[in-house]
Design a protein around this ligand. Structure first.
Ligand SMILES: NC(=O)C1=CN([C@@H]2O[C@H](COP(=O)(O)OP(=O)(O)OC[C@H]3O[C@@H](n4cnc5c(N)ncnc54)[C@H](OP(=O)(O)O)[C@@H]3O)[C@@H](O)[C@H]2O)[C@H](O)CC1
Ligand SMILES: [K+]
Length: 506
């Protein structure tokens, strides 16, 4: 994915490579006109809103092409024509129709608005004339086609700068920007289409270079190469052994959901480690999953004497406080891969650095899976909460913890301490249900158990979880998620065999 700052680098590299800036703008405007035609009735009426920069230039090109194709086009320019520069001035020169300085009073006659007010260059909150224009169009039933990003949406963070114009569709160029996947931007974009505008591979490489550290859209292209594959020599011990710590009696369901998730995603063995008082309750519900008594940190230490137990998941239903902290201390010092969720994170509220110290001392790899509330509690008092986009905060959290952080939500961000990150858009609102996060933790543990590196395991688990949500739809409860894995994993296997993945894909 590209940052907005990288767009200028990409353009400069394309121009240095012999492609004229106006050629890129013509291609961008042509793509917008093509989509507009698909949204318009024959002879339909279009309102083109053009801003003072190159986003506006794209709007001039689209308006010209639509007028030439016999659509009725009214064009409004924000600011003075004489203030246009460079390619935008050239695009305006080629437009021979009228240029309005305010939007027409009767907006009901338009079928579509082309929103070319601001794109990658939005640099401050929108007010004054621009705000009035956006509010007037938003108040109508007119469909809006956004150029690059809906005006008012910050391309890097997805946040709204004052006001934004919701679109039914957004056409963007060369690559996705973070705002196409991060909320609230994603919800304002409508359907997003990425079009190529003739920037060559060197220019695209320059754009990606300027966007470092890499930010990916989560999907099999990112982690398919690391996805565990069974061979004839595979057996249950080669597929790893995950341990899930159970809460006390009457609070054991979360651990079993996670354990079931770990087993269904392919871990060879899964053990629920349960307090004595909850053994009967757990035993009544477990069959393929093993059960061990684990009353206190010493019992956990004994359990972990078996080196084959390679992943430990702590948090779901475990309770907030000292006993959970002690167990995390033992688990961390055992040097195994850890997944910390829910109560494990809240037990270190405001003490993220202390938890980071425990993880560092143990030397194992860890994945932390906070939702927004847990994130705010855990990182209270640290610089991690000091603004920036969701991606910035997830990266800062991962760097502080020296662990992979899965910052959950409808736009889950997965971040590695080295800065690489992914945004997940493969999911469903039906996943917002009790116990869903516990299953996700189990999926991560199950993939770690099979030897996937933590960043890839976390990205994969988030995608599989999302895929299950998409497949099931209404009526989904957390118990359904592990049971959907056979279909989800078969679908993934088909995709992976159809298109051999590469980790280098961005
Ligand atoms: N390779 C590509 O992807 C290409 C993209 N193209 C299009 O170009 C825009 C980016 O163009 P740019 O000129 O950099 O920026 P914008 O047009 O988005 O906006 C800059 C102008 O807007 C003014 N501005 C910024 N914020 C506000 C605000 N809140 N209120 C009022 N005015 C604002 C800004 O004024 P300054 O005073 O800050 O200078 C600029 O005048 C990209 O999005 C694509 O659509 C190319 O056409 C092809 C290649
Ligand atoms: K726009």
């Amino acid at each position: 994915m590209l940052s907005t700052g990288a767009v200028a680098c990409l353009d400069a590299a394309a121009i240095a490579g012999g492609i004229l800036g106006i050629a890129l703008m013509e291609a961008a405007g042509a793509a917008v006109a093509t989509r507009a035609k698909a949204l318009l009735p024959a002879n339909g009426a279009v309102l083109a809103l053009c801003g003072p920069g190159n986003n506006g230039g794209d709007g001039f090109v689209a308006a010209r092409l639509l007028a030439a194709a016999e659509y009725r086009v009214a064009l409004v320019l924000l600011g003075e024509r004489s203030a246009l520069n460079g390619d935008a001035a050239l695009a305006a020169q080629a437009w021979t129709g009228a240029i309005l300085s305010t939007i027409p009073s009767d907006l009901t006659r338009f079928d579509l608005a082309i929103d070319a007010l601001f794109g990658a260059g939005l640099s401050r909150d929108i007010d004054g004339d621009a705000r009035a224009m956006i509010e007037a169009v938003a108040a109508t039933r007119m469909a809006v086609l956004a150029v690059d990003v809906p005006s008012g949406v910050d391309g890097d963070s997805g946040s709204v700068r004052g006001v934004a114009l919701p679109a039914v569709e957004t056409i963007t160029f060369v690559g996705l920007k973070p705002a196409h996947l991060l909320e609230p931007g994603r919800g304002l974009c409508g359907r997003v289409e990425v079009v190529q505008i003739g920037a060559g591979p060197d220019a695209i490489a320059a754009g990606l270079e300027a966007s470092l550290p890499p930010l990916h859209k989560n999907g099999p292209d990112l982690w398919g190469a690391a996805f565990p594959r069974l061979t004839g020599a595979s057996h249950k011990y080669t597929r790893g052994h995950a341990v899930v710590l159970s809460g006390p009696a009457t609070r054991t369901g979360a651990a079993r959901l996670a354990a079931r998730g770990a087993l269904r995603v392919g871990a060879g063995l899964v053990t629920v480690a349960s307090p004595a008082g909850a053994l009967a309750e757990n035993a009544a519900h477990l069959t393929a999953i093993m059960l061990r008594r684990c009353e206190d940190p010493d019992d956990l230490d004994d359990l972990l004497a078996d080196e084959r137990l390679n992943v430990i998941l702590l948090g779901p239903g475990l309770g907030v406080g000292e006993p959970t902290r002690d167990r995390i201390g033992v688990a961390a010092s055992a040097g195994r891969s850890l997944v910390l969720d829910a109560d494990a994170l809240t037990s270190f509220a405001g003490e993220a650095k202390h938890l980071a110290g425990l993880l560092a001392d143990g030397g194992g790899e860890a994945v932390l899976t906070p939702h927004a509330g847990e994130f705010a509690r855990l990182f209270d008092g640290t610089s991690v909460l000091r603004g920036g986009s969701k991606v910035d905060r997830a990266r800062a959290a991962a760097a502080l913890m020296k662990a992979v952080v899965v910052f959950k939500g409808s736009d889950t961000v997965i971040a590695h301490p080295d800065g690489r990150a992914a945004i997940n858009a493969h999911g469903s609102p039906y996943l917002g249900t009790a116990g869903s996060g516990d299953v996700l933790g189990g999926f991560i543990a199950g993939l770690l158990a099979q030897g996937m590196p933590p960043f890839e395991a976390a990205c994969t688990a988030v995608w599989l979880h999302g895929d299950a949500g998409l497949r099931h739809g209404p009526g989904l409860i957390a118990e359904d998620l592990p049971e959907l894995m056979p279909a989800v994993l078969s679908g993934l296997a088909e995709r992976l065999s159809a298109a051999p993945p590469t980790l280098a894909h961005r």
